[in-house]
Design a protein around this ligand. Structure first.
Ligand code: NI
Length: 173
């Protein structure tokens, strides 16, 4: 098992647009493994590669509950091909913005094309928490955070708080 460090706000790398995976290599498999280890350890229900400082279009998700068997899902080069007009609202959080939660409205249902770990093209249609989670993670691949969906007031407030915390860490407090 090997976990990697999760980068947090205001790390500028979170704004990077991640590059597509050209093929499945040993490095990509290792990346996915480490992402699952890191996500389960955190613990979180979704992780984008950029959150461990790798600007590559890879997402891991597991929305199973604690008392259910694990259901690890890996998405290579995921993209939303259809989104419902109907919206739904979930309280979201992010491992890169620890201990901050806010309601975000997103399409209730989406269709996502992606490649699996054999680089086979696949498509799923999902709703509920999975739809929200996948949209949140695909946002990360485009340098977008869930706080970018909030009002400027809320976004500025949380960003300032994390800038302050980062300063404190640098000064060794
Ligand atoms: Ni996130």
């Amino acid at each position: 098992m090997s976990t990697r460090e999760i980068i947090i706000l205001p790390d500028h790398r979170l704004k990077l647009v991640s590059a597509p995976v050209p093929e499945i290599s040993r490095d990509v498999r290792k990346l996915v493994e480490d992402m699952f280890d890191t996500m389960y350890e955190a613990p979180g229900i979704g992780l984008a590669a950029i959150q461990i400082a790798v600007p590559t279009r890879v997402v891991t998700v597991d929305i199973s509950r604690e008392n259910e068997p694990r259901n690890p899902l890996a998405f290579i080069n995921p993209r939303i091909t259809w989104a419902s007009e109907e919206m739904s609202c979930y309280q979201e959080g992010c491992l890169s913005i620890p201990e901050y939660y806010e309601e975000v409205e997103r399409p209730a249902r989406v269709r996502v094309s992606y490649r699996d770990l054999d680089f086979v093209e696949r498509e799923i249609e999902c709703d509920g928490l999975l739809a929200t989670c996948i949209q949140h993670e695909i946002d990360h691949l485009n340098g977008v955070l869930f706080i970018d969906h909030l009002s400027k007031l809320k976004r500025d407030r949380v960003t300032k708080k994390f800038i302050k915390q980062a300063r404190h860490r640098e000064q060794g407090h």
